[in-house]
Design a protein around this ligand. Structure first.
Ligand code: TXA
Ligand code: MG
Length: 334
């Protein structure tokens, strides 16, 4: 997680000023960045990702002091969260300030803001001095990239500059907390847990308001590999993969332990029992299994408990996303 050379940094800042895109590492995943004050540049993000135009993106800031330029109102509890967790893997959704463009907010009255902790993101934001709009640097609906080479694989030449900061230390997207219409909602679980938020926020509601529009990360089908993926109850993983493999299918397994007995013909990844390590490796493992040319990925269901909440959330979305892709491929309605 080093820093980038001054010449690379200058090139990235020049690209942003010229309205071009720059992929950069954060402590969570790689982002695909554009000058948040340049609507044409922000729209380019959507083209490159193949993302529906009206989905809002997160604006990354170098410093908490920039908050008033982007949010017209910062409730005391939001300020406390920012002071406690920034720079870090937390995104706050707040009433937007005048002049924040519709391309960033999806024409909503709120804007998502985050001060990332990764040294390269910090370097870039400090040198650019403005807000950088950035979703994860993957194609729409697919797995977020946690290494520079994942960005290259997904987006190729569409992104001129990819700043390489190595492996993202967390590997799962930021926790999102929205302050909206008088309530405080956890829109997406991440490394910062609901318990940590509750220590500073009186009434935290888990999940999006079902009546609220357009929160793409919260649509069920998201963060998905292209191979069909099924979550299997933890105790049944050995029997299920053995049965599929016996039927002649090429099976891949993502588990948190080794198989009970050798499973010939099964690609088995033991991601371990430690939630933080599991989360760090999750997308890279799913990419590996996706490329293993198996017909199905079976995932051993992960333990209960808050440390696993973000992982459970991404696995359920990956299963839903892979299922809808499978239905499409078979010509059914998703
Ligand atoms: O860790 C992260 O958050 C990474 C890194 C690059 O910072 N970014 C990321 O961006 O995951 P993206 O676009 O893939 O996910 C952002 C999420 C989406 O689910 C989006 O709907 C939500 O943030 N979001 C953005 N603006 C919002 C708003 N005004 N109201 C509600 N949700 C919003
Ligand atoms: Mg994303």
């Amino acid at each position: 997680m080093g820093r980038v050379a001054p010449a690379d940094l200058e090139g990235a800042v020049r690209a942003l000023r010229a309205g071009e895109l720059v992929a950069f590492p954060t402590e969570t995943v790689y982002g695909l960045g554009a000058d948040a004050r340049n609507p044409a540049a922000v729209r380019r993000i959507f083209e490159v990702k193949g993302r529906p135009a009206r989905h809002p993106v997160i604006v990354h800031l170098g410093d908490i002091a920039q908050l008033p330029e982007w949010a017209r109102q910062v409730p005391p509890e939001a300020r406390r969260l920012a002071e406690q967790f920034w720079p870090g893997p937390l995104t706050l959704v707040l009433p937007r300030a005048a002049g924040v463009d519709d391309s960033v907010t999806g024409a909503q009255d709120t804007v998502a803001l985050r001060v990332p902790a990764h040294p390269v993101a910090q370097q870039l934001l400090a040198a650019f001095r403005g807000g950088i709009a950035a979703p994860s640097a993957n194609r729409y609906g697919r797995l977020s990239p946690t290494r520079a080479e994942h960005v290259r694989e997904e987006l190729g030449d569409a992104v001129r500059v990819v700043l390489d900061g190595g492996d993202c230390p967390i590997g799962l997207e930021s926790t999102i907390v929205a302050f909206q219409d008088g309530s405080t909602r956890l829109l997406r679980p991440g490394r910062i847990t609901a318990g940590q938020i509750r220590a500073l926020v009186a009434d935290l509601v888990i999940g999006a308001d079902p009546a609220s529009p357009r929160v793409p990360g919260s649509t069920a089908a998201h963060y998905a590999p292209s191979t069909p993926l099924t979550i299997v109850p933890a105790g049944q993983i050995d029997a299920r993969s053995a049965a599929l493999a016996e039927g002649g299918r090429r099976v891949a397994v993502l588990a948190w332990r080794a198989p009970l007995a050798a499973q010939p013909g099964v690609t088995w990844i033991n991601a371990g029992e430690r939630a933080q390590q599991y989360g760090h490796d999750l997308y890279a493992h799913l990419r590996t299994l996706d490329k293993s040319r198996c017909e199905r990925i079976l995932v051993q269901d992960v333990p209960d408990g808050e440390a696993w909440a973000a992982i459970r959330d991404r696995l359920r979305r990956a299963a839903a996303g892979a299922a809808s892709a499978e239905a499409n491929a078979q010509g059914e309605a998703p």
